[in-house]
Design a protein around this ligand. Structure first.
Ligand code: VG1
Ligand code: CO
Length: 542
């Protein structure tokens, strides 16, 4: 029976960079989730007769929230919900499923790299029929609906058991529980030379894949160990847990320090990788050689044609604005287009749909292609493996060769977390006001060439997105970018992105922090970061 429950708007249900993220207890307090789900349903024009994909990264509250979503989808007239068994679906697998099953959209439950658990973070986002995160126009409609909601609809009675494969009925709606892994693994097999990678492993190549207690564990077991023959035990921390083993499922050298230690040890494996909470990010590390995500994107763009799925070459590439220009240099050499978008995967969708970009990436360890409409952690790992198998080179050699050919864009991101929101807002506002006056001024060894606030005009649909980060360019080609995170749940997180181009062959193997010292000093002098945040230094350096 359909129940219509009176409700009133809840403040702050504004989707950020990737859906709505809040503390778990906030989401758990009825009707927080219910209001937001109804706002999504109304914001996308209803779900009557429609098919939705539903799944999440398995964090605390995932299964309960899915029960609510199924009951609300049924009460709002949806025809079918396709759910990953146990409520599990990695973000890229969900994107693939939406596309493969020609669903009308999907609800993905995840706060990605944010920690999970009863006191940690939860999140929910809507992806459209192309499998990609909703555009800003759609998230604006959803947010507007959260502000004038008066009721929500929910099916009275329990949702079917999502632990059991097969179809069940919830009112007039079918709940179809599917294997979350098989379709995705098949897609990967269609893109990459599995035979060559299998030979690599059979010849003794060792991999360590750290799933960080999150969603990619079961996918990595199936693909790397079962289908590709990597030694048993190659996948570590491979069982998803509701609180990610108490850790922070963010694949970077700080949070994946166990992997870093293993890869810098004497008996290090040949290849290391990690993925995040919902499986859309990747970290790549060779033996004693961490690969920055911006460099990884450039290498993949350069060598993707070695994989069968990309043998025809790339139509173009795209990167988020804060991502380094390493990939731009590859695109220029290949004579293909290179697009610069705001942070967040939603901006790549139009370029991928229009066939203008084949590969996309972000400095935050997200890379992906037109095979889905999300970034994809395991995909990146497999493309790297395919490249290593085809070239016979190690990660360190690939990087040295790349820098020797293209130069090296030294890169780092400094995060200041849980900064007082007013102080962070003022820092950005004051810097924005000062931007026009910066050109020509010297800060230590550097001179400002130009400075601006990044805005994006989508070349496909013409939409305009302003306020996407502040950029300061220096005359030597270095750059600093500042923006506030749109995925945090407490205070403000200030992200400072630092980049300096080096083409001197004798200077390609320095420590990035040392290579960036001048930019770090200059941007602190310009923006007053230490003084305004009251911090001695960043909380996280990646
Ligand atoms: C961060 C990253 C951004 C990424 C987003 C979602 O956003 O910087 O590149 O697209 O997370 O990734 P922000 O606004 O905090 O900087 V995920 O893996 O959380 O879905
Ligand atoms: Co993620």
């Amino acid at each position: 029976m359909i129940q219509t429950i009176q409700t009133s708007p809840i403040a702050g249900q504004k989707p950020g960079t990737s859906g709505l993220r809040k503390k778990t207890p906030v989401f758990m307090a009825t009707p927080y989730l219910e209001n937001y789900v109804q706002a999504i349903i109304d914001g996308i024009g209803g779900v009557e007769g429609r098919t939705l994909v539903v799944g999440g990264d398995g964090r605390y509250f995932n299964d309960t929230a899915i029960g609510v979503i199924l009951r609300m989808a049924a009460a709002n007239g949806a025809a079918r919900c396709i759910v990953g068994q146990g409520g599990l679906l990695s973000t890229p697998a969900a994107s693939h499923l939406i596309r493969k099953r020609k669903a009308d959209g999907g609800l993905i439950l995840s706060a990605s790299h944010n920690p999970g658990g009863p006191e940690a973070d939860f999140g929910l986002k809507y992806n459209g029929p192309n499998g990609g995160p909703a555009s800003e126009a759609v998230t604006d409609q959803i947010f507007a609906r959260t502000q004038d909601l008066t009721e929500y609809r929910i099916w009275e009675g329990d949702a079917p058991d999502i632990g059991l494969l097969g179809e069940a009925q919830l009112g007039a709606m079918v709940v179809e529980v599917i294997d979350p892994i098989a379709d995705y693994a098949d897609l990967m097999e269609s893109l990459f030379d599995f035979a060559a990678i299998r030979t690599l492993f059979a010849d003794g190549f060792r991999i360590r894949f750290d799933a960080m207690h999150a969603i990619t564990g079961p996918y990595a077991h199936e693909i790397l160990e079962n289908r590709l023959g990597a030694a048993a035990g190659s996948v570590v921390n491979g069982t998803p847990s509701p609180d990610f083993g108490g850790g922070h499922p963010d694949p970077n050298p700080i949070w994946a320090h166990e992997l870093m230690a293993a890869m810098y040890a004497d008996d290090a494996p040949d290849f290391g990788a990690a993925s995040d909470g919902d499986g859309d990010r990747n970290m790549i590390v060779g033996r004693g050689c961490y690969v920055s995500p911006s460099d990884s994107l450039a290498v993949l763009a350069d060598l993707a044609h070695l994989a069968p799925g990309y043998a025809g070459g790339l139509a173009g590439v795209a990167r988020s604005m804060p991502t380094s220009a390493a990939v731009d240099r590859v695109a220029a050499a290949k004579g293909i287009a290179c697009f610069e978008t705001p942070t967040g995967w939603k901006f790549f969708g139009n370029l991928l749909d229009a066939g203008r970009a084949t590969l996309c990436g972000e400095e935050s360890a997200g890379t992906g292609s037109n095979h889905v409409r999300e970034k994809d952690g395991l995909w990146a790992v497999l493309l790297w493996l395919n490249i290593l198998a085809s070239t016979g080179k190690g990660v360190g050699q690939i990087m040295s060769d790349h820098w020797a050919r293209y130069g090296r864009n030294y890169y780092s991101r400094h995060d200041y977390e849980e900064v007082n929101s007013d102080a962070a807002g003022a820092l950005i506002a004051d810097l924005r006001a000062e931007l026009p006056a910066l050109a020509g001024k010297s800060y230590g060894a550097l001179i400002v060439d130009s400075a601006d606030a990044f805005a994006y005009d989508d070349p496909v649909d013409g939409s305009h997105s302003a306020g996407q980060g502040l950029r300061v360019f220096f005359t030597n080609g270095a750059r600093a970018v500042l923006r506030l995170s749109g995925t945090g749940t407490a205070g403000a997180t200030l992200r400072v992105y630092l980049e300096a181009l080096e083409t001197d062959p004798a200077a390609l193997h320095h420590d990035p922090q040392a290579a960036l010292a001048d930019v770090i000093t200059a941007i602190d002098a310009i923006a007053g970061i230490a003084a305004r945040t009251g911090r001695q230094g960043p909380d996280v350096i990646t």
